[in-house]
Design a protein around this ligand. Structure first.
Ligand SMILES: *[C@@H]1O[C@H](CO)[C@@H](O)[C@H](O)[C@H]1NC(C)=O
Ligand SMILES: *[C@@H]1O[C@H](CO)[C@@H](O)[C@H](O)[C@H]1NC(C)=O
Ligand SMILES: *[C@@H]1O[C@H](CO)[C@@H](O)[C@H](O)[C@H]1NC(C)=O
Ligand SMILES: *[C@@H]1O[C@H](CO)[C@@H](O)[C@H](O)[C@H]1NC(C)=O
Ligand SMILES: *[C@@H]1O[C@H](CO)[C@@H](O)[C@H](O)[C@H]1NC(C)=O
Ligand SMILES: *[C@@H]1O[C@H](CO)[C@@H](O)[C@H](O)[C@H]1NC(C)=O
Ligand SMILES: *[C@@H]1O[C@H](CO)[C@@H](O)[C@H](O)[C@H]1NC(C)=O
Ligand SMILES: *[C@@H]1O[C@H](CO)[C@@H](O)[C@H](O)[C@H]1NC(C)=O
Ligand SMILES: *[C@@H]1O[C@H](CO)[C@@H](O)[C@H](O)[C@H]1NC(C)=O
Length: 519
């Protein structure tokens, strides 16, 4: 691939602010480790087979390529959690060849409704063989119907599928999740109104005891349980929260000792009282909101880490601003000690990173499209690509948030396992919209370096995530390249600038930049 190096770029129109940023050259004490699969995916189970393709001969090559781009950057595939709402509406029927699903018709409010019933056979689980080699998967089983036989049959079929994959594929069953968002079961008919965490825990233990034998899951197996998977957390020892699970003895139960991750769902951007589309997008990607939304989980993360468990999180949102939101959200989450994020995806969901199959209905209002829309990536996918490039292939990377005294600018520095500065990411989350009616502002950064090893760098290469407007739904470029192609492979010439560090850097509103410093 051809690279163009431009030396010196014209400075942008309006320089609203100049900010000084100090970058430590060696790993600061507040750095957190970041996994190559930090950005992973949660898939709504009802249309799961659309993602990999249902059989080897009908593999979904678009999805394979879109995931392959990430594998090429970080050296391993994103992880998958398959389940969510429809996990609790799934039943296994031995001998069934094709999945049988029942969907409500599309509506303006819900263009792609979830299935009200999903009946699956063994091919449903075997479709996982089409994911990239080395993919780690967590699969959910039905808990809401409180039918142990149903969960037992699903768990058996999941185990059989993974047993049938060649060891060389590296496709691994990481964990079983028992039920999705059980804290909401009292609202949706799954449990009586007086259902509490104290009742949840023994029900979970009874299911998990059975499933641990069926899969199997044990002290010496690679497969474990995920605990929690609640929609929210009231952070209290008597409510639905990690603390509530621990206080009710889940971890000292025989199967509970096999929990290695507490999963927590976070909804960003749903039901915001934010008025216009622009103000919703601005809120979604705003630095203070991202910090407020994630910081509420600090007590839960501390309680989970105190039990030596990892803490993960699922779900979220939509638009070009979502690319910046995904980036800032992902790395701020690392800095809080969140191990991995599973961004929720369905077919036709507005907030998808990837639309895996051809769509016949509008994702905005459910109306039939004049022309079917082929598989494509959405803006948030660029967030995953930029994050993957920031993380790179070094294996054990750590990230530290830089202290930037501006509510529209976030900065992160990445360090190698040897403790050396590898890359630096800045995100200007001030929204520039099609309706802004002003010239685009820009923030000027001046850099200084701290740390004793080596000399301060004198040059930097700059790669930009360029976005027309925060409310655009397409047309983004990363270092001059687009991923909005028929096969999800990057197209266009790579464009990076190489500038003297003393010149500083201009970052226009609604843009992210990745810097690599050098001598
Ligand atoms: C995420 O939100 C959607 C609705 O906005 C919901 O259907 C889905 O089940 C949620 N995801 C998870 C992780 O449960
Ligand atoms: C698990 O539950 C199923 C269905 O009720 C039952 O047939 C099976 O024997 C149980 N297994 C164990 C180990 O309890
Ligand atoms: C429980 O699940 C099994 C397997 O899907 C099914 O045959 C049975 O009818 C279910 N029981 C109830 C009470 O729904
Ligand atoms: C919960 O409510 C059900 C009726 O919906 C009742 O039968 C049961 O006794 C109640 N349980 C407790 C612990 O109050
Ligand atoms: C797990 O492996 C260890 C070491 O190989 C062994 O001592 C132990 O008995 C095994 N535990 C079980 C439950 O199989
Ligand atoms: C989360 O962010 C939304 C906007 O995206 C905001 O309305 C809400 O107040 C935030 N919640 C917390 C707890 O900070
Ligand atoms: C992390 O530590 C570095 C070096 O001490 C410091 O410059 C930076 O401000 C810290 N980050 C935050 C978010 O406090
Ligand atoms: C951040 O962006 C908002 C929205 O455009 C703007 O009103 C505000 O002045 C900016 N704040 C700073 C510190 O630049
Ligand atoms: C944008 O910048 C141009 C060139 O500097 C200037 O002529 C124009 O008045 C500006 N527009 C607005 C809306 O500020």
């Amino acid at each position: 691939m051809l690279s163009i190096f431009l030396s010196c770029i014209v400075s942008a129109a309006i320089q609203a602010h100049a900010i000084s940023v100090s970058i430590p050259l060696t790993t600061p004490s507040n750095a957190s480790s970041v996994s190559p699969s930090h950005i992973s995916f949660s898939i709504e189970q009802d249309r799961w087979t659309d993602w990999p393709g249902s059989t080897v001969s009908t593999k979904n090559q678009f999805v394979a390529n879109a995931l392959g781009n990430l594998v090429n950057l970080v050296g391993e595939p994103p992880r998958f959690r398959i389940g969510a709402d429809s996990e609790d509406r799934t039943n296994y029927q031995p001998g069934l060849e094709f999945t049988e699903t029942v969907f409500a018709p599309p509506s303006a409010a819900v263009p792609f409704p979830e299935a009200s019933s999903v009946v699956v056979g063994k091919a449903f689980y075997q479709a996982a063989q089409n994911l990239p080699p080395g993919t780690h998967i967590t699969w959910g089983v039905n808990f809401k119907s409180l039918n142990l036989t149903a969960a037992f049959l699903e768990a058996g079929a999941i185990a059989d599928a993974f047993d049938s994959f060649p060891v060389s594929s590296g496709i691994t069953l990481d964990a079983i999740e028992i039920g999705n968002e059980a804290d909401l079961y009292t609202n949706n008919g799954g449990r009586p109104a007086n259902f509490t965490i104290a009742q949840y825990v023994p029900q979970w233990i009874s299911f998990a005891s059975n499933i641990s034998t069926t899969v199997p899951i044990g002290a010496n197996t690679t497969t474990k349980f995920w605990g929690g998977a609640f929609a929210g957390s009231n952070h209290s020892p008597t409510g639905f929260s990690p603390q509530g699970l621990f206080n009710n003895g889940i971890l000292t139960s025989v199967p509970g000792m096999l929990i290695n991750t507490i999963s927590q769902h976070v909804y960003s951007g749903s039901g915001l009282g934010c008025g216009t589309i622009s103000s919703c997008i601005q809120d979604l990607m705003s630095k203070p909101f991202i910090r407020g939304n994630l910081s509420q989980f600090i007590p839960d993360i501390a309680a989970t880490k105190a039990q030596d468990l990892t803490y993960g999180s699922a779900n979220v949102s939509n638009s070009a601003g979502a690319a910046l939101w995904a980036l800032d959200y992902a790395f701020f989450a690392s800095s809080l000690g969140i191990e991995r994020l599973y961004f929720h995806e369905g077919v036709g969901y507005k907030y998808n990173f990837i639309q895996p199959v051809t769509l016949k209905f509008s994702i905005d209002d459910g109306t039939p499209l004049p022309e079917p829309r082929l598989p494509h990536v959405q803006p948030a996918y660029y967030g995953a690509i930029v994050a993957a490039e920031a993380i790179g292939k070094s294996g054990s990377l750590s990230v530290s948030e830089l202290s930037v005294n501006n509510d529209n600018l976030s900065g992160y520095a990445f360090y190698t396992s040897e403790g050396q500065l590898s890359k630096t990411l800045f995100i200007n989350s001030e929204g520039f919209f099609t309706t802004s009616g002003t010239n685009r502002t820009s923030i000027h950064l001046d850099f200084s370096f701290s740390g004793t090893t080596g000399q301060a760098p004198s040059r930097m290469t700059v790669k930009r995530l360029e976005i027309g407007h925060a409310d655009d739904t397409s047309g983004l470029t990363w270092g001059g390249q687009t991923y909005e192609t028929p096969d999800a492979k990057a197209s266009g010439t790579v464009l990076v600038e190489t500038n003297p560090v003393v010149d500083g850097l201009d970052i226009p509103a609604t843009q992210a930049v990745l810097l690599t410093f050098g001598p």
